[in-house]
Ligand binder design. Structure first.
Ligand code: HEM
Length: 532
């Protein structure tokens, strides 16, 4: 009996073992098929540097100024390069036409953004427009924002940029603290539009709070800053095991508080502004107040940081390769008169092609985001025989494109003449459905400031020595500004000085009155606003 049991037990065991062996063998075969499949897919990717197992090229790309390495890879492997960072496949596009083919012409495939679990999903609860995935909700927010950002609306805001750029040159007459006054300039334009009030000292509580939350956000967005970006499932741990969730929540609350208080001030102000317009829009009907406030707050971030850095780069060009300034001043004097008795304004812009060429060359010489802005593919795609897999991050490497010696003679030289009578670059503002929503406004903000600074001053390096362009002088983050700007502003004549003082004294600086004028001009031009 015992023997009988033992033998049937043995049969059962050997049956179970055989079953396990079959299961194991099947799993092994499936794994091999998977690995082979992955290998075959990988072999169809664009070329790129060899990497380590599992880590890929992670250890080869620095998190600071990664565009330097990206450019090296483009130069070594060609305009289309693939690298892997952990499990993430990244395609580096270093050619204008290829970037246009993919990100503009196939925009439907490349409008997604790479996932940012900590910065985008947890800290901003998916409300950061730049990071939103292209869902119906994203399109609704785009429809909410686009009327006030459109090419039709942008000219109506010129009185704000006119007043604030005049205040900027007045400030620079008194102080060489150019970083402070550029920030005040661009911030004030944005705050008037969105909330109806000015930024005057940079010591306003809103500016302090905005700096704090932006810094926190930027830190979190650094690759590798938080483990949850590599292992998204960690977000489902209870908070006591995942303290990063507390940090994320605190950021969200602080940012929401700032945006809500700003929006309230906008709603309470006398004249029309974007807070009022957004809240009255039909698109806002299904949105919470917080959601609308976040849209405004993100627009304000997007507007200030970028335009500020753009103008800082302009200042850097002035002290690095100053020869262009004389040509610009000759053009300006030819339009407004050589005696300095009139400041250039928006009405003069069409007759100042060299000023436009300076703006274009700034975008080429040193883009605000030299490493480009990442898109992501939402399905497998084929381009020039290469596979760009679903979920890959696609980065237009602007540094590579803009320093292409096949296209630009001496790309290191700041030479606005390149753009006289020539069509500008195709992608200063990004691509396809994700193109910069504020470009019509931003272009005016930077152009009038460039024209007026050059009309008003000889801009010189403080120690009299030209500063050579060098990567180490620029910040290595997403938006890359020069660290130091030791600049001296020397008025071009006593008349220039007097005109700046006089314009400052007599200018209308009350934001309510200026916005009432904006409202009237929009009405006159048949532009339908959504609130009064
Ligand atoms: C010189 C100043 C500026 C520069 C260089 C700039 C550049 C850019 C770039 C390169 C992008 C990404 C495009 C892409 O992903 O392909 C972008 C996105 C964006 N910009 Fe700007 N920008 C500037 C000013 C502004 C201003 C003034 C506003 C608003 C008033 C604004 C609002 C936005 C928004 C909302 C997005 C996100 C679009 C989306 O993902 O759907 N920007 N900008």
């Amino acid at each position: 009996m015992l023997l009988e049991h033992q033998s049937s037990f043995k049969v059962l065991c050997s049956f179970a073992m055989a079953q396990n062996a079959i299961l194991l063998a099947t799993a092994g075969v499936l794994f091999l098929v998977y690995v082979a499949g992955q290998y075959r897919r990988r072999s169809k990717l664009p070329p790129g540097p060899p990497g380590l197992p599992l880590l890929g090229n992670l250890l080869q790309a620095p998190s600071s100024s990664p565009w330097v390495k990206f450019q090296e890879w483009n130069q070594q492997y060609g305009p289309l390069v693939s690298v892997t960072f952990g499990s993430n496949i990244v395609i580096l596009v270093g050619d204008y036409d290829m970037a246009k083919d993919l990100l503009d012409k196939r925009s439907a495939t490349y409008s997604a953004r790479p996932r940012m679990v900590m910065a985008g999903e947890l800290m901003c609860k998916d409300q950061y427009m730049l990071l939103r995935q292209p869902t119906e909700r994203y399109l609704l927010h785009q429809r909410l924002e686009s009327p006030v950002l459109s090419s039709r609306a942008a000219p109506s805001y010129e009185p704000i940029q006119d007043m604030e750029s005049m205040v900027l040159v007045h400030n620079l007459l008194r102080s060489n603290n150019v970083k402070k006054y550029l920030e005040i300039y661009v911030a004030s334009v944005a705050y008037i539009l969105m909330y109806g009030f000015r930024i005057i000292t940079n010591d306003e509580w809103q500016m302090h709070a905005a700096h704090e939350v932006l810094q926190n956000f930027v830190n979190a967005a650094q690759p590798g800053a938080w483990l949850v970006d590599t292992i998204p499932a960690l977000q489902y741990l209870p908070t006591f095991l995942a303290p990063f969730k507390r940090h994320a929540e605190a950021h969200y609350q602080k940012t929401t508080d700032l945006h809500m208080r700003n929006m309230k001030q906008g709603l309470d102000s006398k004249s029309w502004n974007w807070s009022k317009d957004f809240c009255a829009a039909k698109e806002a009907a299904t949105m919470s107040q917080e959601e609308i406030a976040w849209d405004l707050g993100v627009l304000q971030d997007a507007a200030i940081e970028t335009s500020d850095v753009f103008l800082q780069i302009f200042m850097f060009a002035c002290i690095s390769q100053p020869d262009f300034m004389a040509t610009a001043q000759k053009e300006i004097d030819g339009v407004v008169g050589p005696d300095g008795s009139r400041m250039p304004g928006f009405a003069d812009m069409e007759r100042m092609p060299y000023i436009s060429a300076i703006v274009e060359e700034l975008f080429r010489w040193r883009h605000v985001m030299p490493g480009g802005v990442s898109h992501a593919s939402s399905k497998d795609d084929w381009y020039n025989g290469y596979l760009i897999p679903k979920g890959a991050t696609v980065i237009p490497v602007w540094k590579t494109m803009r320093e292409d010696t096949g296209r630009y003679e001496n790309p290191a030289e700041f030479r606005p003449e390149r753009w006289l009578g020539v069509k500008g670059q195709p992608n200063n503002w990004g691509y396809g459905r994700r193109i910069c929503a504020g470009r019509h406004i931003a272009e005016r903000t930077v152009k009038i400031a460039v024209a007026r600074i050059l009309w008003a001053f000889h801009v010189r390096p403080a120690d009299g020595k030209k500063v050579a362009m060098d990567e180490s002088l620029f910040a290595g983050g997403f938006v890359s500004n020069p660290y130091n700007l030791d600049v001296v502003f020397e008025p071009r004549s006593d008349t220039h000085k007097m005109v700046i003082e006089e314009n400052f004294r007599t200018a209308e600086k009350d934001p309510d009155n200026i916005m009432a004028g904006v409202f009237d001009s929009q009405n006159k031009n048949g532009f339908k606003m959504r609130s009064t």
